[in-house]
Ligand binder design. Structure first.
Ligand SMILES: [Zn+2]
Length: 158
């Protein structure tokens, strides 16, 4: 590796930070196509960024979940009765109109009593957690294709 290449390798951090001028960026991208070291470096960065994003959205969802829990506890008082929700309670909990709760009935965990549908708060919370996990998985999967375009090249070593 000659001195010129080493200079180019030093540009990888600025490239990641988006601090290269458009001219330098072009120079670096053509270097990247041939330099395994920079490809690995960039690959590490992309995986780190993806795990940070996953953690970030998890924290946000967790926070939202806590706020929801606190709100229900406030609304429904204490005791066993607070665990049972009717359609209006559930709509308030999910912050959607009752008509949209009706659309979700097939996938929501519910039970019937005296011909009326009721929901257990704890089962709804499990259902919400399941949806959070699906969403996170979808986000991670959908963020993969663009990054693999950056890293993988025809005839590349990766
Ligand atoms: Zn390099």
């Amino acid at each position: 590796m000659n001195g010129h290449d080493r200079d180019l390798c030093n540009m990888v951090d600025d490239y990641i930070d988006g601090e290269l001028t458009s001219g330098d960026r072009k120079i670096f991208v053509s270097h990247l196509e041939q330099c395994t070291r920079c490809q690995l470096r960039l690959n590490d960065y992309v995986s780190l960024k993806q795990s940070l994003q996953a953690m970030f959205s998890k924290d946000l969802d967790h926070d939202a979940d806590l706020r929801i829990r606190r709100r229900i506890r406030h609304n429904t008082g204490t005791g066993e009765a607070g665990d049972i929700l009717d359609m209006e309670d559930l709509a308030r909990l999910l912050k959607i109109p009752v008509s949209e709760v009706v659309d979700l009935l097939d996938e929501l965990p519910s039970f019937e009593i005296g011909g009326r549908l009721r929901f257990r708060r704890s089962r709804i919370m499990e259902w919400i957690s399941g949806r959070e996990q699906n969403l996170m998985r979808d986000r991670q999967e959908s963020s993969l294709p663009p990054s693999s375009n950056i890293i993988k090249f025809p005839g590349g070593l990766l």
